[in-house]
Design a binder for this molecule. Sequence first.
Ligand code: SF4
Ligand code: SF4
Ligand code: SF4
Length: 401
Amino acid sequence: MGFFDIFKKNKAEKTDKTAKPAKKEAEEKKATPRDAAAPATSGLPAVDLGELLPGAPKNGKIKLAIYWAAACGGCDVSLLDTNERILTIGDMADIVMWPIAADGKEKDIAAMGDQEITVSIINGAVRNSENEHMVKLLRQKSLLVISYGSCACFGGTPALANLVDGKDDILDYVYTKTPTTANFQEQCGHKSAPIIPQNSYQAPEGELTLPLLYDTVKSLDQVIDVDYSIPGCPPQQESIAVLLKALVDFVYNGVALPPKGTMIGVTTKTLCEECPRHKENRRITKICEPHEVDVDPELCLMDQGILCLGPATVGGCGAKCTRVGQPCRGCYGPTEVVQEQGASMFTAVASLFPVLEEDPTCSEDEIIDIMSTVKDPLGYFYAFSMSKALIKRKVSEKGGQ
Ligand code: SF4
Ligand code: SF4
Ligand code: SF4
């Protein structure tokens, strides 16, 4: 019996057993691997990958696709950071697509049967028609889809493009307003009619096309159904180890996969819970950048006036940034109980201003002055989660967005 037959059989058996008592189902749902695998105070426990890939699985290799949508490449590099492990993954899987590292074209994927790919790991947000086409195609051809990295999970930095009026504004800025492109357009005599890429161009040899840029950048799960998510910019090796172990346990030993919808590599608490810095909840009267102060190596960064998204961010990375004196920018996204990472952070900051009756140091005007020193508050508080915000993009009368 081949791998797919086993998978389908297990899936069918699982479906037969789905009529569980509501209480049992609720308990199982509660006891997700997030709880078991992630003590709140120290990030994720190390996963031993030493003996995980003992040659090819006896039921045959799985098929693996890795795809980048609107991405920077960092997520792909993080997969390569598994070092020699990436070679042994070749024992487990045939890589049918990986644009950054292997061949495998859209037509090859399109020619495959539905669900023929075992796992597709997709990083990057969805911001153009090619991204949308490819992720929908991979969904159709894959048994499992993993949303990999903050751009795929929450929109990430590409989704900050949602803060302008639309794609025309972006193209106008990028191709006519930046110092280099403005100079280029002027020097080439195109200042009054700048050259901006079009979706279609009729060349003598035939029509040339580019993907259609969208006005709104979306997270992967806003476009296709996603089985698992693994956040991070990029995901840390500890998280990747958890993902790999789950896949390897499943492929080699038939161990059940985590429940659909599991966010892999995160704890149930905020980053502050695993940050080693000592928190005194000092009142904020000034906001500064790390380079503007002599950072106390042990004191909470917020206590030192440095905006840190730890209170609004889920734990799991082991507080990588704050340990080295840099504030958390929130790349792991919000905790389960928080819908809005940015708003949650605004609330956290607001609670630190000295406005209480017993400590009324700041007037409303002074607070506005202090907050005005944050040059780009939306960009700061929604650096990774704009697509998941309640208001997902700039709303303008002009564009009707
Ligand atoms: S999550 Fe970070 S590393 Fe991954 S594609 Fe997005 S910006 Fe790059
Ligand atoms: S606010 Fe930042 S520096 Fe302070 S405890 Fe939380 S994560 Fe650590
Ligand atoms: S500290 Fe924050 S920004 Fe840094 S890796 Fe962890 S979640 Fe991401």
